[in-house]
Design a protein around this ligand. Structure first.
Ligand code: SF4
Length: 374
């Protein structure tokens, strides 16, 4: 089950689009799956067509960044990965008894754990939708372990896999996020909790599509975040309200330009096939797609070092941050800003130009005073 968040005129058949995206990715490369973390990052920068296209085409951005000579610092160590898996298994042990305790259910009489096995992501998403429907009408607790949800975002569907979804006897569905960062004295690193909340909001959004066609179902806008307690391996839980993240994600994803429109605007010969193209060809292809670099990309996108270098080379004020960019109005390059500050260019009635000149005068005055004191 999937539903489009985008809008617009009649579209080309999905098979044609899929074929075009496979060409862009490289026919021999398996598509890199989009996950909730990637969708949350896309939602945080909806103006970036480059990321929307690369993610929509399933390009492995980490491999592309390496081929461009600007490898990302992303990725989890094997040790952290194994530790995270062991912690998750502990949280879900005994048929979910510990998880239910964290949800405030002292002694659930019977927790159903439906089998969600099916072939391929489409099959798993269909199996999950069926299990959710059956569990909602059962009047009992159900734990869906690694369900699969589909969400169509500006192009082909993304398949998302939350750690768990709990179905309450009254038909409510709650997303469970299990993280391996610690919760110390009841609170965890705010940045990590924020990232987990954004990711969980994407799952809530995808679940709402299924709930809309499931009688008696509703999706909780609070999620259960489970982390290790203090410095132990004991799980502890915290209910996180994701209403704000949900409305931001919904709005931002709806603003994304459709992948097929971005692909249609590409010049001939563009390819992101890291096996077949030289670094020069890859660079030209990446540069053919407009980007929207901001320093926040450094924490969210594998191509950040490449895009930052290009933004700096172009003297783009975006490299200084979104708030600075907003303050500078029509001045879009560092060169234009400096010229305006020196009085060589710019409209003196423009508030940004006037502020820059005032700042330049104050700086010159301070430097003179400092020189006189020496
Ligand atoms: S790093 Fe580049 S491609 Fe990634 S979101 Fe930022 S601007 Fe877009």
């Amino acid at each position: 089950m999937s539903e489009s968040l985008g809008s617009g005129p009649v579209r080309r058949p999905q098979t044609t689009l899929r074929h075009r995206l496979a060409e862009l990715r490289g026919p021999a490369s398996a598509p890199h799956p989009l996950d909730a973390r990637a969708l949350a990052a896309l939602a945080a920068n909806p103006g970036c067509r480059r990321r929307a296209l690369l993610d929509g085409a399933g390009v492995d951005k980490a491999a592309l960044a390496s081929a461009l000579g600007a490898p990302s610092g992303f990725g989890q160590s094997q040790f952290a990965f194994m530790r995270g898996n062991a912690f998750e298994a502990k949280v879900k042990a005994d048929g979910g008894a510990e998880l239910m305790r964290l949800l405030g259910v002292a002694e659930p009489e019977d927790v159903r754990v439906p089998d969600l096995t099916a072939a391929g992501p489409q099959g798993r998403a269909a199996r999950t939708a069926l299990a959710l429907r059956e569990a909602t009408g059962a009047g009992a607790w159900s734990l869906l372990d690694h369900p699969m949800l589909a969400l169509e975002v500006a192009g082909p569907p993304a398949y998302l896999e939350p750690d768990a979804v709990v179905v309450h006897p009254d038909g409510r569905w709650t997303v469970v996020e299990i993280k391996s960062f610690p919760m110390i004295d009841g609170s965890a690193d705010a940045a990590k909790v924020g990232a987990a909340a954004r990711q969980a909001a994407v799952y809530v959004l995808a679940l709402e599509r299924v709930a809309a066609v499931t009688e008696g179902a509703s999706v909780a806008h609070s999620v259960l975040l489970v982390c290790p307690k203090d410095f132990s391996n004991q799980p502890t839980g915290s209910v996180v309200d994701v209403r704000k993240q949900l409305s931001v994600t919904r709005r931002q994803l709806a603003r994304l330009t459709r992948v097929e429109d971005i692909a249609a605007a590409l010049p001939e010969g563009v390819s992101f096939d890291v096996e077949a193209c030289s670094p020069e060809q890859l660079t030209a292809s990446v540069e053919a797609v407009p980007h929207a670099y901001a320093p926040e990309c450094l924490a969210a996108c594998e191509l950040a070092f490449h895009c930052r270098d290009r933004a700096r080379e172009a003297g783009a004020v975006e490299a200084l941050g979104r708030s600075v960019r907003g303050e500078l109005g029509g001045l879009t390059t560092v060169g234009a800003v400096l010229a305006a500050a020196r009085g060589e260019a710019g409209d003196p009635d423009d508030p940004a130009v006037a502020a820059l000149r005032r700042a330049a005068a104050l700086r010159a005055e301070s430097l003179q005073e400092a020189a006189a004191c020496r």
